[in-house]
Design a binder for this molecule. Structure first.
Ligand code: ADP
Ligand code: GLC
Length: 478
């Protein structure tokens, strides 16, 4: 079984969030099941050195936004097909934004080109290789199923995975022609989304199957509260929609052999986490002799993540004897709120505004708990890293957070299966209430360590979910 993955991010190559982690880990998880993946990814400026090491395997004269070529190269075990179109991708800045932080004005062309190049591989193959299934991720790849369907000739089946329905790729309808899309499909049952062209909308209509990254989020997005305007389209897809939980790369995130940690540990030795704490404290200016729980946040600082409510709960967190370590970038007001809190509570709150993969590992290693008060969370990966590192997740009951953390209620605690703290009310009062529960549990060392062991033993790898994807591909390809 051959699968062509299409995405705008891939771990260790281009990353803004969890999408990259999933796209980077899935091929290796599927390989033992007899599924061979190739991954189409834009050749961003940072990937140009890799392009130089690769081999051209296809060229296209007329993609949206001009010509492009595919360069095959293997990196980190992933069989990559880099879409090299310098006029679209070889620029400074982030995958979607300019150095000033604005969306690139030609994002429709950039990701239209990505989708069209991938669809052509699907339709024509590549040097005799043909995918049985094309698996597109998020809005940036969502036109792949549309291009496959409009070619109107034998094509591989398509799967579209929604990692976050908040990002939909919405552009003025006038770009339809530039993208080579069929004008007669521009209606509410096709590509049109409230008068505009919707990349994700089109993909949801035309993909053979739609998945999202947790069973709970698959149900939530059928409702107006979570569907962000696409709930009707999703309801219409009925049984074509399902939720498959993300796993994590348990080699990249292995507390027993993580080079970022002061000392490795496993479920038998969570006490050794304490040896990584001084390095976290030193980097963030936290009091190294503090003896209460160290909470951490490793996140995009956005409304989705509910961190405004956490910022308002810092007085209670500190008064209860906690410390807070924050690593993130995002909305300026949220960045400012955590920078100000660090100034107001020296030694108790430490904030690093920035993106630092190695420090994220060290924080998971040295912290006691990770707080994720998301308003919605399709899956969430940092709670899974927290489980694996015995850093107990404190999470809102939504999406994948609800599916992966077992709340320390009386029954779960008594039976030894609790792995974290789950709460319903994303507000300062709701967070203060759950923090009280965390402080109580932390005060009972036996209970805390039992929870750490249960957390670290919870399977969070890809095994089960890779099988679910394999079954899905097999059902589609026949
Ligand atoms: P989302 O994709 O919505 O941002 P996830 O929890 O699925 O949320 O994935 C976030 C990923 O990005 C995790 O791998 C997390 O460790 C990482 N991450 C987020 N912010 C930072 C940061 N400032 N520095 C390093 N890693 C970060
Ligand atoms: C999105 C979601 C996050 C999920 C990630 C990977 O960025 O916000 O919840 O874990 O994609 O699927």
């Amino acid at each position: 079984m051959n699968v062509l993955m299409v995405a705008s991010e891939c771990a260790r190559l281009a990353k803004t969030g969890g999408l990259a982690d999933v796209v980077g880990a899935l091929p290796a998880a599927l390989a033992p099941l007899g599924i061979k993946c190739r991954t189409v990814l834009p050749a961003y400026a940072s990937l140009q050195p890799l392009v130089g090491k690769g081999r051209q395997v296809a060229s296209f004269g007329d993609l949206p936004g001009g010509p492009g070529r595919l360069v095959q190269v293997t990196a980190h075990g992933i069989d990559l097909l880099l879409l090299d179109a310098p006029q679209l991708f070889d620029r400074p800045g982030q995958p979607y934004t300019s150095p000033k932080g604005n969306d690139w004005p030609d994002n429709h062309l950039r990701f239209g080109a990505l989708a069209q190049a991938a669809a052509r591989i699907g339709l024509d193959g590549l040097g005799g290789w043909k995918p049985d299934v094309v698996h597109a991720h998020d809005w940036q790849a969502a036109l792949v199923p549309v291009y496959l369907k409009q070619a109107d000739r034998p094509a591989p089946k398509s799967v579209l995975t929604i990692h976050n329905i908040a990002f939909q790729g919405r552009f003025g309808g006038q770009v339809l022609g530039e993208l080579g899309l069929r004008a007669d499909w521009f209606h509410p049952d096709g590509l049109e989304y409230f008068g505009d062209l919707g990349f994700l909308k089109g993909g949801l209509v035309f993909a053979d199957r739609v998945t999202t990254v947790s069973p709970t989020y698959a149900r939530e997005i059928l409702t107006p509260k979570f569907g962000m305007g696409l709930e009707g389209v999703l309801q219409a897809r009925g049984a074509a929609l399902s939720g498959i939980l993300n796993g994590i790369d348990t080699n990249a995130w292995n507390p027993a052999a993580d080079p970022a940690l002061a000392r490795g540990f496993d479920a038998r030795s969570p006490g050794r986490k304490a040896q990584s704490r001084p390095a976290v404290a030193a980097r963030l200016g936290l009091d190294p002799d503090h003896c209460g729980p160290l909470f951490c946040v490793i996140s995009r600082l956005t409304h989705q993540k509910g961190l405004d409510a956490l910022a308002d709960t810092i007085p209670q967190l500190v008064a209860g004897g906690g410390q807070l370590a924050v690593l993130g970038t995002g909305e300026p007001e949220l960045e400012a709120a955590f920078v100000d809190a660090a100034a107001e509570y020296p030694g108790k709150v430490g904030t690093l505004i920035g993106y630092d993969e190695g420090f994220a590992h060290l924080m998971q290693g040295g912290s006691d708990a990770i707080v994720i008060p998301s308003r919605f969370e399709p899956c969430g990966l940092t709670q899974l890293y927290g489980l694996r590192y015995g850093t107990l997740p404190v999470v809102a009951r939504t999406g994948g957070l609800a599916d992966t953390v077992i709340d320390a209620n009386a029954a779960a605690t008594a039976t030894g299966c609790a792995t974290g703290f789950v709460f319903d009310d994303v507000s300062p009062a709701g967070i203060a209430a759950v923090l009280d529960r965390v402080f109580n549990a932390y005060g009972n060392r036996k209970q805390w360590q039992a929870m750490q062991r249960a957390a670290m033993r919870q399977p969070v790898g890809w095994q089960q979910s890779a099988q679910a994807y394999a079954r899905l591909y097999q059902a589609l390809a026949g």
